[in-house]
Write a protein that binds this ligand. Sequence first.
Ligand code: ITT
Ligand code: NA
Length: 182
Amino acid sequence: MIRFITGNKHKVEEAEKIFKNFNIELEAIDLGYDELQGTLEDVAKAGAKYATSKLKKSVIVEDAGLFIKALNGFPGTYSSYVQETLGNKGILKLMENVADREAEFRSVIGYCAPNIEPKIFLGRVKGQIALEEKGTLGFAFDPLFYIEEKDKTFGELSTEEKNQFSHRKNSLDSFIKWYSQL
Ligand code: ITT
Ligand code: NA
């Protein structure tokens, strides 16, 4: 069993399905901890360490974000705040008349357990910022994130489809691979 510390129910839904394929049960716990500002890696490490010290148990946390090349990686580590303030409309506005639409979602899983230092696992996926929002599935930036091979945005993909190659799938795969040989 894995404890996933998060306040984001969409992440839980995606992660549950991924872990299920490995016959690992997921327990989601919303600890409501304050995130420090820093790289995804710093935030994931600090979050995992904090949650372990609170619960005295092994945990994973995730810090994720959308990095847009033409905006020098913005919103990046500010993704949560930017989603709540500018939203997808605001991102589209910033990307008006910008030809280079290249973007990347990144996910960093932080794992910690009592008496060990936190470990991190990175996952990424490349895509394009669409010209308009498309689809009602997924969450947050998903309707903006266009995948050329699928000719669809993440907002038009079911959880199962998104789970085939998302940043979260890649970081969790790398975590599960390591965890399985502990
Ligand atoms: P936690 O409690 O797990 O921290 P959170 O929603 O604050 O949940 P993050 O800080 O990891 O999550 O993620 C920052 C933001 O990036 C998140 O709120 C979304 O706006 C966006 N984001 C992350 N993963 C995404 C995904 O798969 N699809 C769309 N947007 C995503
Ligand atoms: Na967060």
